[in-house]
Design a protein around this ligand. Structure first.
Ligand code: KIV
Length: 265
């Protein structure tokens, strides 16, 4: 049985979340995490794009279906991609519903504001739980002028605190806080009764989420300050592939033991 949103309360131990984009990795992380996020970060880490802005509903549905097949216990939340929840209420409900039909148990939306709060209330009314996401929201990268830490200035800090409270009042069951000073994340966390889930937001949130490929160290040239690489994955993959290539060229693989027996005629 998969975890429902009812299990995500302010708690100790903390909520552990990670992204996944396919069934194989989903099945590997399933037993150890509370939440698996099919993040639109897939546009960058899977598709190799510069931002998340080009990710489509069709792609989110496809990856949600893949992850759904690999999960048994963790909660599955899927990102609503750019423009999938801003055009009209009808489109939004339909798009969120398609992610639920693909296997998600809840959806995540980036941003804040009265219009979005109204949209969130409507999604919840039709039975779709919603996770919020504020701070350095990647879908607004051009607004922020890059992937920059948010909430350093007093006015922006106050804005983020107000946004967090408004999203809680609209009914989100948890709130992702991305790339902000740790004391701001702490203040927001203390003021909310729903759990906060940090990414680049320090140790005082109620949970943590990271992009799986970052944890595995799959990128050599890109490591944000807030990421801890638990594996030098890019080096491991390259060593293994080099060995495989060497053995094939040298005739050391495959051997008879890797082959099917001859048919006696
Ligand atoms: O798309 C994503 O992976 C995310 C997380 C970093 C929170 O939104």
């Amino acid at each position: 049985m998969r975890k429902s949103i009812l299990e995500f309360q302010k708690q100790n131990p903390k909520i552990v979340a990670v992204t996944a984009y396919d069934a194989t990795f989903a099945s590997l992380v399933d037993a150890w995490v509370d939440i698996v996020l099919v993040g639109d970060s897939l546009g960058m880490v899977v598709q190799g794009k510069q931002t998340t802005l080009e990710v489509t509903m069709a792609e989110m549905i496809y990856h949600t279906q893949c992850v759904h097949r690999g999960l048994h216990t963790a909660h599955l939340v899927s990102d609503m991609p750019f423009l999938s929840f801003q055009i009209s209420m009808e489109d939004t409900i339909l798009n969120a519903g398609r992610l639920i039909q693909a296997g998600a148990q809840s959806v995540k939306v980036e941003g804040a504001g009265e219009a979005l709060c109204e949209t969130i209330r409507r999604m919840i009314e039709v039975g779709i739980p919603v996770m919020g996401h504020i701070g350095m929201t990647p879908q607004s990268v051009h607004r922020w002028g890059g992937f920059k830490v948010q909430g350093k200035e007093v006015s922006r800090r106050k804005e983020l605190i107000d946004q967090a409270k408004a999203l809680e009042a609209a009914g989100v069951y948890a709130l992702v806080l991305e790339s902000m000073p740790l004391d701001l994340a702490r203040e927001i966390t203390e003021q909310l009764s729903i759990p906060t889930i940090g990414v680049g937001a320090g140790p005082y949130c109620d949970g943590q989420v990271l992009v799986l490929y970052d944890i595995l160290g799959m990128f050599q040239n890109f490591k944000p300050k807030f990421v801890k690489q638990y594996l030098n994955g890019s080096a491991v993959v390259q060593e293994v592939i080099q060995q495989y290539a060497r053995e094939v060229k040298a005739g050391e693989f495959p051997l008879k033991e890797h082959s099917y027996g001859e048919v006696k005629t």
